[in-house]
Design a protein around this ligand. Structure first.
Ligand code: ZN
Length: 258
């Protein structure tokens, strides 16, 4: 598997070979530029592909033999949508995981309490979910993640052990911050793009085409489209013979720190 450490090692060797060739035969300047661009491209791919495990181990899929899947929601809680999502889940007897944004918890504490009371799981999705989050220093990231955990703990009495990176991006600073906070990083196997795809049929098709045992499906509890396809998705997944189980049950990892 291509990891950040292996890539650094590989490119260190490439630079040594380039320097030797340059010394022996002379090389054009763009030979170094090409090597640099290749390195940047691989690191960018690794940062944006949470499933690659490029910077660190992330859980993106459960064991297929359970013949089960887990549903997750990011970016809530929002008073306009989260209660509706909870209503659909209750009506279909589905337990899901909510990766909450810390700053959205204030004023919505009752929603988090309701999630936990109804058997759902609450995870950390950062406090700020800032657009430039990935440019934060490690120290600022740690403060942000701990602030989100504190907001969740204050509302529910539970300290989340699961963290999902904002935008699904991981970089060396975030890896280090996650490790020092002791989080288990959760990704996904299906990114529904429920906030992007505007067509219900296309969205269902996109998700169902990728659906297989062990899947961790990413939705958002802040979109109209999610509310529209959720009941249909639950029915279609069950019609495929898949059980919908809580995320911690699917991956067999304790979701709270204590
Ligand atoms: Zn998010």
């Amino acid at each position: 598997m291509l990891t950040h450490r292996r890539t650094q090692f590989l490119f260190a060797k490439i630079v040594i070979v380039l320097l030797l060739l340059d010394w022996q035969f002379g090389l054009p300047w763009w030979a170094y530029l090409l090597a640099l661009l290749a390195y940047i491209s691989i690191v960018a791919w690794g940062s944006y592909s949470i499933r690659s495990g490029f910077f660190m181990k992330t859980t993106c899929l459960g064991p297929p033999e359970k013949n089960a899947i887990a549903i997750t929601f990011d970016d809530g809680p929002l008073a306009a949508y989260t209660p509706k999502v909870l209503g659909i889940l209750e009506a279909h007897d589905v337990k899901a995981a909510f990766f909450c944004i810390g700053h959205r918890i204030q004023g919505n504490e009752a929603l988090l309490k309701k999630m936990v009371a109804e058997g759902h799981l609450v995870g950390n999705h950062s406090f700020s979910h800032h657009f430039w989050f990935d440019l934060f220093s490690k120290k600022k990231m740690v403060e942000d993640l701990l602030q989100a955990s504190e907001a969740i703990e204050k509302a529910t009495g539970l300290r989340p052990a699961f963290f999902r990176p904002p935008y699904g991006v991981i970089n060396p600073n975030l890896k280090s911050a996650i490790e020092s906070c002791g989080f288990h990083t959760i990704g996904w196997s299906i990114r529904s793009l429920d906030t992007v795809v505007g067509d219900k049929e296309k969205l269902m098709q996109r998700v169902m085409d990728q659906l297989k045992p062990g899947a961790i499906v990413l939705f958002h509890d802040h979109g109209k489209m999610t509310l529209e396809i959720l009941p249909e998705f639950i029915r279609a997944a069950r019609a495929k013979g898949l059980r919908i189980v809580p995320l911690d049950e699917l991956i067999n990892i304790e979701p709270y720190a204590y």
